[in-house]
Design a protein around this ligand. Structure first.
Ligand code: ADP
Ligand code: MG
Length: 728
């Protein structure tokens, strides 16, 4: 048994970096090579078709079927030239990752042969046999029709021999069964609401873009070691493993030199990403050993999210080539940092203004503060829902589990912006710079000097931080589909901006000037949403107490956090913005609860198997060898054996104790699982798995980790943390 462990360790340490040849061209030449982007469209589509498609992408004008046919012709001509033989509708079901079903470009020619064909019909809509995707009961299997429908705003791309067409996935009855459909609705809602508000400041604004820049953290691990760990293989995390004597306490990994093997992987990943039009820019080591980060330049949110979904699968593929496995799990290893996916989010106009960045003019700054405060209000009103949007069985290991960020959503503003808001709140007419309103009346609007806001006072413990020209939602999990949080954030902000606009209109009808109306309303908001502001240490116990006093959502149980989607405020907000109906929310919650229970069920089964098949047999074997030793000592040294074997006796007792505990707790866990499985309601089942089953995962692990420290290293069957965590 142990031979396997030593063989894989030896193999892992012998591995050399692959020689990744950089392409002879420069990134600017191969960038977007596999994307049906504007440049390629221009080449393969006639002018009328091109214009219609661009107008559809930029302004949302509908595409008629004839145009779609022509787009399909151009797209397939390009794809075939690229050596592509298959196409797929690429969509994002409510599971982790993406789904695709590949079809060849062939149709019957009516004469017994085939012709290569790809029509507008196939481009625009398909009916994948998708009854097995989670749908929360919306779509019964007997009427198992779901449609995937083309999203023309995200360009098609090629992976291997397949043309991938980004699509939404909806039920026969119209409900969303995926992440992309509600995301597109939320982005549209925030565009409309924000544009209306922008028009108060600049009538030329026609569109507002929500932007997303994600930062993806991940671990790499040698594939041989990975294969020797059933827990990693089945659950994505280690269910056991004593902490390595050295892990991240020396802070020597963060921004340290990237190991050669890893650098070769990163280089190839970057080249492939660039070919797919993903603007990857940053790569570096993260805090924990073997942990890394990758970030692109931010993009329009829908595209950015598609790119994140795509890159997660590209990473997995390229890692295999280099003899690695990528661990995207939020907490693969106990005792070292977990992985998140910071979602940097902002709004920008078609006139080139970033709405969450300070400006040079007082009116520009009033607009900035307007958006800043409205976002804060949205986050305040829906703090529980935002937490729900990032909560999962896997991210629960980070949130509220003594690691960044806490299971409480609060906003970090930094000193300067806090002062600006405090000034408005305390006395809106006592600020530094005065401007005149249209009637020549003196109006006081704070001036925020250029570049005043920098990243110096960043707060790493805040789940939602203002970072100078954007908000950074840091609590998002590394496996997550960013759309989950982006749906909630953009919809909540849209709803809030609509309220704000109505309040401004009303105040102006009542005779207030625009500026005075805005400042008055903001002053009220700043007072109201004060509880969401927290610049202190989010990890501290004092904050938990304080946050509860402030009425922020402090729930830590994932199945209960998921309830927030069905609160009156959430249902109302989603209905008003047209993003999700109550039926959809209920169905999606069923899926979330079901996934939660299944995840814990799988972990519990794997832990049961490993306890019985790996740990107990090895512990018993070692115990037996010690017993034999003691017994032989007794034969050889009948008078002194007790003294001489005292240490062994102590270890034998410890092994016996921990083994007995493991056996008893595994038995209890299995019973708890059986009871949970009897529950038919998904919510009740998830709660039972959280309350009754998951505690055993920790307590059983405790005893296994103790055994790891005492049992002979030679026979311990699993690669240990010190072996898993250090790539040479
Ligand atoms: P960090 O110091 O947090 O690693 P970076 O400068 O590397 O920050 O940026 C992180 C991400 O934020 C990148 O994807 C970047 O493109 C993105 N980003 C920067 N500005 C904005 C913005 N205004 N809106 C959205 N994302 C942004
Ligand atoms: Mg960041």
């Amino acid at each position: 048994m142990a031979d396997l462990r030593f063989n894989v360790i030896e193999e892992a340490f012998k591995k050399k970096a692959l020689n990744v040849m950089a392409p002879s061209e420069r990134p600017s030449e191969y960038y977007g090579k596999y994307v049906f982007n504007r440049e390629t469209m221009y080449k393969y589509l006639d002018v009328k078709t091109y214009d219609a498609l661009i107008s559809c992408m930029d302004n949302g004008t509908p595409l008629d079927r004839k145009v779609a046919d022509k787009v399909a012709d151009g797209m397939s001509a390009w794809a075939k030239e690229m050596g592509v033989t298959h196409y797929t509708h690429w969509f994002q079901p409510l599971t982790e990752g993406t789904a695709e079903k590949h079809d060849a470009f062939i149709e019957h020619d009516g004469k017994g042969g085939v012709i290569e064909e790809f029509s507008g019909k196939l481009l625009v809509q398909q009916e994948p046999d998708a009854s097995s995707f989670p749908n929360g009961g919306i779509r019964n299997t007997f009427e198992a029709r779901g449609y995937s429908a083309w999203d023309p705003t995200s360009p098609a791309f090629i992976v291997g021999d397949t043309l991938c067409i980004p699509t939404i996935f909806i039920a026969y009855t119209g409900e969303s069964l995926d992440y992309k459909a509600p995301l597109l609705k939320a982005l549209d809602a925030v565009n409309k609401a924000a544009t209306d508000v922008c028009k108060l400041f600049d009538p030329n604004v026609k569109k507002v873009f929500p932007y997303l820049g994600w930062e993806q953290e991940y671990f790499l691990i040698d594939e041989g070691l990975y294969a020797a760990r059933p827990d990693l293989l089945m659950t994505g995390r280690t269910l056991m493993g004593h902490e390595s004597a050295k892990n991240q306490q020396m802070d020597d990994h963060y921004f340290g030199a990237i190991p050669e093997r890893v650098a070769a992987f990163m280089k190839e990943l970057e080249i492939e990403s660039h070919k797919l039009g993903i603007p990857v820019k940053t790569r570096h080591n993260e805090v924990a050993p073997n942990q890394f980060e990758l970030a692109p330049i931010f993009e329009e949110a829908n595209l950015a999210n598609d790119h994140n979904q795509l890159i997660m699968s590209v990473m997995k593929r390229i890692a295999r080539k280099h003899g690695f496995r990528v661990l995207l799990h939020e907490k693969p290893f106990k005792g070292v940092n977990g992985s998140g996916k910071h979602n940097n989010w902002s709004l920008g106009t078609d006139t080139g203004v970033l709405l969450l960045a300070p400006s040079k003019t007082p009116m520009g700054n009033l607009q900035f503060v307007t958006f800043l405060v409205n976002v804060m209000m949205a986050v305040y009103k829906h703090n529980g829902l935002l937490k729900a949007s990032i909560s999962s069985a896997t991210n629960a290991h980070r949130l509220g589990a003594n690691e960044a960020p806490p299971a409480i959503v609060s906003i970090f503003l930094g000193k300067q912006m806090s002062e600006v808001l405090d000034a408005i709140e305390s006395n809106p007419s006592d600020t530094e710079i005065n401007v005149l309103d249209k009637k020549g009346k003196k109006l006081d609007i704070m001036q925020i000097p250029e570049l005043l806001i920098d990243n110096t006072d960043r707060n790493r413990t805040s789940p939602f931080a203002f970072t100078g020209n954007r908000f950074e939602f840091r609590a998002v999990g590394s496996t997550a589909n960013c759309a989950a949080s982006m749906i909630v954030l953009n919809a909540a902000v849209a709803d809030q901006l609509k309220d704000f606009k109505m309040a401004v209109d009303k105040a102006m009808v009542a005779g207030k000037s625009l500026e005075v109306a805005i400042i008055d309303i903001l002053k009220g908001y700043i007072e109201e949403c004060k509880p969401i502001r927290f610049d202190g240490n989010g990890y501290s116990d004092e904050w938990k107490v304080e946050a509860a006093k402030r009425g922020l959502d402090c729930e830590t149980s994932v199945p209960l956090i998921i309830d927030r989607y069905l609160s009156d405020s959430a249902i109302g907000m989603f209905r008003r913005t047209g993003v999700l109906t109550e039926v959809e929310l209920e169905a999606r919650n069923e899926v979330k609860w079901e996934q939660y229970a299944k995840m814990i069920q799988i972990e519990s089964r794997v832990l049961e198997d490993m306890s019985k098949n790996h740990i107990i047999p090895v512990a018993t074997r070692y115990q037996t060898s010690l017993l034999e030793n003691v017994s032989m000592m007794k034969d050889v040294f009948p008078d002194k054996y007790a003294e001489l074997s005292a240490a062994d006796m102590e270890i034998i007792e410890k092994i016996a104790f921990h083994s007995a505990q493991i056996k008893a707790e595994v038995r209890a866990m299995v019973n708890a699982r059986k009871d949970a499985n009897k529950l038919t309601h998904e919510r009740a089942k998830a709660i039972a798995y959280h309350d009754e089953v998951s505690p055993y995962l920790d307590s059983i692990r405790y005893h296994i980790d103790k055994l790891e420290l005492i049992v002979d290293n030679q026979i311990w069957p699993l690669p240990k943390y010190r072996e898993l965590l250090f790539i040479r």
